[in-house]
Ligand binder design. Structure first.
Ligand code: PLP
Length: 423
């Protein structure tokens, strides 16, 4: 076979085996061209919420495509975008009054950063510092890489990245250090916004912290007139047990970013929700105050229709109950690993669970990572550990039997790694 010209994401083509070719998806499964059913335990990189190809969402896409393709979104608007914006505001934390559309998690965070700086610029008291949390991840564009954890992933681009202020991750018992650091940065008077993943830092290793800490950070931001940008790109749409993670801290961020689960994972779409104050700071007869941002595919009508269908699924099906039952099913199965010396830091926030395999070499390039991945692939399980961190983030349609299969495989995989000489 001639080699493929396709350059895949996060893939070292010199080391990876041939790609598996997928011909169809349904529910919790991907089907390959060899007749295998692969159980998708990470929701195809965290996007699929209800399950692959939910019928209501697929119908909405078919229906919308009878009337729409892409439409310019300046001077013109359309029902799918208008209706979706109203519905998003109705379910989002209070105080978010406007919706700006884009097309990926990275772009909706870029939009949030620009809104924050634009807000202070247009208010006549410019502020230019962005505060983030250590181990954070906000995307792979230059701006979002700047805000994310630095390391081997972005070393070549380092000269182009801008500086941000970083809070230490709130490890248990040291939470005050995080709060003190934020307070100190804010006292400088230049902090435009805290950009943060609420409750769970995803790509940074599925690190979890309590809702109370998020609430305290918000209080500090408010006290100093700094904005809070909640990057709910991963945590939104039920992953943490509530529709948005911010709900658990009982806070309303000034800006909220949502993408991955917005269309149930069916089509690319993103939205940045913001407060009326931020919108109003850009509202002027002076054209220089315009919010100068657009993606060509902004508010794609078919994607907006898919997102509306996702909201319909949440409304007409017992999604919340399904999520709660998944949370409980994980909880009981995770129990067996809690006192297991092969694992450390066994943790769960809502439907997201993670555990560290105890190997001497940790981190993303831990030897354990590729070995675990290959082991799970051999079992027709889609699980991609972050180094030695095994995590699960399944679609909500997985069954108890699916989970039993996954947890048994984790048990065996750990034996393979811990006893099999990956030390
Ligand atoms: C995935 C992710 C992003 C980036 O989303 P893309 O659609 O991949 O650009 C941003 N923030 C968080 C928290 C994410 O998990």
């Amino acid at each position: 076979m001639t080699p493929s010209p396709v350059w895949h994401p996060f893939t070292q083509h010199a080391l990876e085996p041939a790609m598996k070719r997928i011909i169809r998806t349904e529910g919790a499964y991907l089907f390959d061209d060899q007749g295998n059913a692969i159980l998708d335990a990470i929701s195809s990189w965290w996007v699929i919420t209800h399950g692959h190809r939910h019928p209501l969402i697929m119908d909405a896409i078919r229906h919308a495509s009878e009337s729409f393709d892409q439409i310019i979104f300046a001077e013109y608007t359309h029902q799918p975008a208008e209706e979706l914006a109203k519905r998003l505001i109705a379910i989002a934390p209070a105080g978010l009054d406007h919706v700006f559309y884009s097309d990926s998690g990275s772009t909706c965070v870029e939009v949030a950063l620009k809104m924050a700086l634009g807000f202070f610029h247009n208010s006549g008291a410019p502020r230019s510092r962005i505060v983030v949390m250590e181990h954070g991840y906000h995307g792979d564009t230059i701006g979002t890489m700047s805000a994310g954890e630095r390391g081997v992933f972005n070393a070549p681009y380092e000269p182009m990245l801008f500086g941000v202020d970083r809070l230490p991750f709130p490890v248990p018992g040291r939470e005050q250090d995080t709060l003190d650091a934020f307070e100190a940065f804010c006292r400088g008077g230049q902090v435009a916004a805290l950009l943060i993943e609420p409750l769970v830092l995803g790509a940074g290793g599925m690190l979890m912290y309590p809702a109370s800490l998020l609430a305290e950070l918000k209080a500090i931001a408010t006290r100093h007139g700094s904005l809070m940008i909640a990057d709910e790109v991963m945590t939104g749409w039920g992953r943490t047990g509530t529709l948005f993670a911010c709900e658990q801290a009982n806070i309303a961020p000034d800006i909220l970013c949502t993408s991955k689960g917005l269309t149930g994972g069916s089509l690319p779409l993103a939205a940045t929700l913001c407060s009326a104050e931020i919108f109003d700071a850009h509202l002027s007869s002076d054209r220089s105050r315009t919010f100068f941002h657009s993606s060509s595919y902004t508010a794609n009508p078919i994607a907006c229709a898919a997102a509306q269908a996702n909201l319909d699924v949440w409304k007409t099906e017992p999604v919340t109950a399904r999520v709660q039952s998944l949370v409980a099913m994980h909880g009981t199965r995770l129990e067996r690993f809690k006192a297991d010396s092969r694992f450390g830091n066994v943790r769960q926030t809502g439907t997201i669970v993670a555990l560290d395999v105890n190997v001497p070499a940790t981190g993303y390039f831990s030897e354990a990572g590729p070995k675990l991945r290959a082991f799970f692939k051999g079992r027709h399980l889609l699980i991609r550990p972050l180094g030695n961190v095994i995590y699960l983030m399944t679609p909500y349609c997985v069954t108890a039997a699916n989970l039993d299969r996954i947890y048994d495989a984790i048990d065996e995989a750990a034996d393979m790694i811990v006893q099999g000489g990956a030390r």
